[in-house]
Ligand binder design. Structure first.
Ligand SMILES: *[C@@H]1O[C@H](CO)[C@@H](O)[C@H](O)[C@H]1NC(C)=O
Length: 177
């Protein structure tokens, strides 16, 4: 190999390293390994449009929060070992989420406020469910859940929640109106 050819290859390597993730994405061969390593169920797929993700999130929210078919919702749409940041749940994965959320939901009810999906500037897909919850244990709550998607599979979750103070007079349209 000529010295100059070798040098050219050597110089080109970092450039390839930088540009390949973008070109892979543009060629639709991009594959997020979380889909496999976190155990996405066979009812999901690794690539999806925002419309498809929106349909998933609406189905999930109705199954889990409204109908209390908690296990069915998680087992159909969520990775078995999904990463869970919810402070009320003590670990990752669908098993503990189902076991913790089912008793929190039973006996109460939820009014969905808004469900939407989109991408951040790195093309990572997220969805949000904002809802009014009435729980036997916690009373009325204002809750937003944030779901990270790979394709139609939920791989990570965060939430923020606050109790509803009906005596607050500061804002006549507080919370849900
Ligand atoms: C959940 O997964 C995250 C990311 O892999 C990890 O940092 C965290 O320790 C896990 N939580 C538990 C309770 O294992």
């Amino acid at each position: 190999m000529h010295g100059s050819t070798f040098l050219t290859i050597l110089l080109a390597l970092p450039l390839l390293g930088l540009s390949s993730p973008l070109s892979i994405r543009w060629n639709h061969h991009y594959y997020d390994s979380a889909y496999h390593t976190l155990g996405c169920p066979s009812t999901t797929k690794p690539h999806a449009s925002h419309r498809e993700q929106l349909s998933v999130l609406n189905n999930f929210a109705n199954l889990v929060y409204v109908q209390h078919n908690v296990a069915q919702g998680y087992n159909t749409y969520v990775a078995k070992d999904f990463i869970n940041h919810a402070p009320e749940i003590s670990g990752n994965g669908t098993a503990i989420a189902i076991a913790t959320q089912t008793p929190m939901l039973i006996g109460g009810h939820v009014n969905l406020q808004r469900v939407f999906v989109g991408s951040d500037e790195n093309d990572v897909d997220y969805g949000t469910v904002h809802f009014q919850g009435f729980s036997v244990r916690f009373g009325e709550g204002d809750i937003a859940g944030i779901f990270k998607f790979v394709g139609t599979c939920v791989v990570e979750y965060w939430d923020v929640a606050q109790g509803v103070d009906r005596n607050s007079t500061k804002n006549p349209i507080a919370y849900f109106k």
